[in-house]
Design a protein around this ligand. Structure first.
Ligand code: S3P
Length: 178
């Protein structure tokens, strides 16, 4: 497959917990022959602590401050990459502004029940410890406007990884042709 002409800028995936940003991002980066980065992984690498540990020991505001720093650094990198931005990254106005300048922002979306099913395993989401369905419903309602604000493209991510990656690639090519 030809690498799509996404230009010389980043492709950034945003969207809710469990929508598949990291899995799709990794496969997309492979297809585009680009480096993949994930904001949660970068926070863990920098601090030597898990997301859950940071939430528990320092609280969510401390985690969000780290997230703003990490997103700024990832988006500032010269090498055009595929970047998965954790679900709450868009909460910060500073990050939303950077996202608008960073390249192509792809909002992956899926129904809440899909998010519930996909977040059933995995320990880096302390916010979902109690009532995951209720929390995901509330957070989706709160954040959809923020994802919409930063996104150039919205792609339905309900289907398999391969189908979603192909949809993103097709949309990037179409955007480049316009
Ligand atoms: C969060 C999303 C998580 C992680 C943390 C908070 C959120 O990342 O950063 O648990 O508030 O949406 P993923 O979106 O990769 O699950």
């Amino acid at each position: 497959m030809n690498a799509p002409a996404a230009g010389s800028r980043h492709v950034v995936l945003v969207g809710m917990m469990g929508v598949g940003k990291s899995t799709v991002g990794r496969a997309l980066a492979r297809a585009m022959d680009r480096t993949f980065c994930d904001s949660d992984d970068e926070i863990v690498a920098r601090t030597g602590r898990s997301v859950a540990e940071i939430f528990a020991a320092d609280g969510e505001p401390a985690f969000r401050a780290l997230e703003i720093e990490v997103m700024a650094d990832l988006l500032d990198r010269d090498e055009p990459s595929v970047i998965a931005a954790a679900g709450g990254a868009v909460l910060a106005e500073a990050t939303r502004q950077r996202l608008r300048r960073a390249g192509t922002v792809v909002w992956l979306s899926a129904p809440v029940q899909t998010l519930v099913d996909r977040t059933a395993s995995g320990a880096h989401r302390p916010a979902l410890a109690d009532d995951p369905a209720g929390t995901l419903t509330r957070l989706s309602a709160e954040r959809d406007a923020l994802y919409a604000e930063v996104a150039d493209l919205r792609i339905d991510a309900t289907d398999s990884v391969d189908v979603v990656v192909d949809a993103v690639l097709a949309a990037l090519v179409e955007g480049a042709d316009r």
